[in-house]
Ligand binder design. Sequence first.
Ligand SMILES: Nc1ncnc2c1ncn2[C@@H]1O[C@H](COP(=O)(O)OP(=O)(O)OP(=O)(O)O)[C@@H](O)[C@H]1O
Ligand SMILES: [Mg+2]
Length: 262
Amino acid sequence: MAKVFAIANQKGGVGKTTTCINLAASLVATKRRVLLIDLDPQGNATMGSGVDKHALEHSIYDVLIGECNLVEAMQFSEHGGYQLLPANRDLTAAEVALLEMKMKESRLRYALAPIRENYDYILIDCPPALSMLTINALVAADGVIIPMQCEYYALEGLSDLVNSIQRIAQLLNPSLKIEGLLRTMYDPRISLTNDVSAQLKEHFPEQLYQTVIPRNVRLAEAPSFGMPALVYDKQSRGAIAYLALAGELVRRQRAGAHTATA
Ligand SMILES: Nc1ncnc2c1ncn2[C@@H]1O[C@H](COP(=O)(O)OP(=O)(O)OP(=O)(O)O)[C@@H](O)[C@H]1O
Ligand SMILES: [Mg+2]
């Protein structure tokens, strides 16, 4: 049965999509079956997976509003080696369409139920907002992976996100946990990075991944070729860091050591 992880942070540009694509490809490299769901109207995870968001016959939008089933909308990312549920601007209309629907927060969860056993991991790339789309991701997920930059305002944003996760856990998805906190675009030469890092360690000792993702230009270049860094330049520090993250994530699962709740 797949573990479903929402990759979420309402702050923009923190590395959610980069993490989705590269973690998905790294999990595939360790022989896991992976589905990546693009739940962002920007369609960045779709393009970064080598699928043209302008030429979709079906997208996650059709799945959410019940126009097609999930398997019909799925595409294979050739370079990534994972299945993709793509998205494009159509998805902006989902916010309004969902409001009129029954069980509007649980549409994604129900859509995923019949295919969960076909995968080891399902990763959901969330938009930079605590919107109805993100709520659908949090209701569908077992855990949230939070990518963040170690900046001054990051901790403030983090506490808003943690409160939202707790609220969703109370109201809609009691098993929701914070699976992990991931430091992205990490530069230890900056003293603020080390201060923020120390605070994260203190407040989230169980959840903070030891693996950090360095700032690496290969990670920024790869999506324009529709590739994960692992294929674009497998020796790059970025590719190696995401492989290490996949290893840490799988080990945590195996050890079942992660018991802390949100
Ligand atoms: N570790 C990294 N090193 C260098 N560049 C990075 C790294 N991670 C992400 N980037 C670049 O930073 C930008 C933002 O990253 P990304 O799109 O993954 O963030 P996001 O959180 O998904 O953004 P949004 O909130 O808009 O969806 C992109 O141009 C990406 O290529
Ligand atoms: Mg993104």
